[in-house]
Write a protein that binds this ligand. Sequence first.
Ligand SMILES: *Cc1c(COP(=O)(O)O)cnc(C)c1O
Ligand SMILES: [Zn+2]
Length: 399
Amino acid sequence: MNIVSHIECSRCGKQLPPGRLYNLCECGGPLLVRYRLSSNAMPRDAVTARAKTLWRYREVLPLGGDASPVTLGEGFTPLLHATRLGERMGLPNLYLKDEGTNPTGSFKARGQSVAITMARELGVRKVAIPSAGNAGGAMAAYAAAAGLEALVYMPEGTPVMNRLECSILGAGVKLIAGSIKDCGRALAERIRSEGWFDVSTLKEPYRIEGKKTMAYEVVEQLDRVPEVMIYPTGGGTGLIGMWKAFAEMEQLGWTSGRRPRMIAVQATGCAPMVRAFEGGAERADEWVDPATIASGLRVPSAVGDALILRAIRESGGTAVAVDDDTMLRAVREIAQTEGVVTSPEGGATLGALERLRRQGLIAPSESVVLFLTGSGYKYLEALEAVAENSQQRRSGLHR
Ligand SMILES: *Cc1c(COP(=O)(O)O)cnc(C)c1O
Ligand SMILES: [Zn+2]
């Protein structure tokens, strides 16, 4: 069933044998899984009948033979046709991919299901990660289900629920002053001395394989390729993964030629990709003093920066920064028009869409997918302000 051909370095092109544990290439580049793809490798009709989790795309996932995955029912999340919000935006073909319905409330479950499956399969006993938001809890959940030991390093400002879920799920949690970058530095020491397996963003090749399945789902659910995908970008696994998936789907005969424009959204308080994109750079410099309530976007430098920038440019997309107030206002707008309580990162996609519409960069006839990457239910501190604001507006109306 499995058609992995090899593992390939995205930077130097070196090819490595499949079915092994990997972190970065010796050149420092992120590694990607390559498959033997052809038009009969994964027929769409065969997939349609399968269970509604991301493991329905088994042929283009790295798990070999008939081994069983570590699954909590992740993936195949709803693609909602946002008719009321679409009307306000003048976009009849606006869709929300509601990733908040995943286990542990975010799309991080996708990456961790595949990464932890592969780690367990390849003999790992203990896994570690730096996380400023949802990645830690997702890793802790899959590690618990797989019977692996888990360790999470988090910045002190991480939302309360993200910290609590790690502890409840049995992971060791250590709080660090600074950003996720500082957590990564502190954790690297312990990984070396105690033999933990590092599942940091793009520092192993399998998380991205889980994240890419969002693109397969959108194509299945929409039954066509959308014109625009708007994605809140931190480490960039989702964006890079989906861009990879579009190339794969062409080889599988699922799509023909046209791919979406990929829009990367960041926070104005931490926008290294936007700055690099606008400056025409191939790599992104580290962002000093990152600050935003969207914890998933508080990533000052990304290991996959070159891949993110390449995907945006190849797709004819762009990169947009949105401020925190706009994100929160957008969270409320999505909630009150479509009934979905998303996280600030999800709100950021609507903020970006509003800007791009004003600039005339998206035509009314185009279909647009906003990726609501996480549930708002975990962002208690940030959303308190949104709720209070809504109450004030209501009492203003009723006076
Ligand atoms: C991690 C995270 C992001 C950023 O995802 P990447 O794929 O690493 O860029 C966006 N939104 C939420 C809710 C997240 O948890
Ligand atoms: Zn390399």
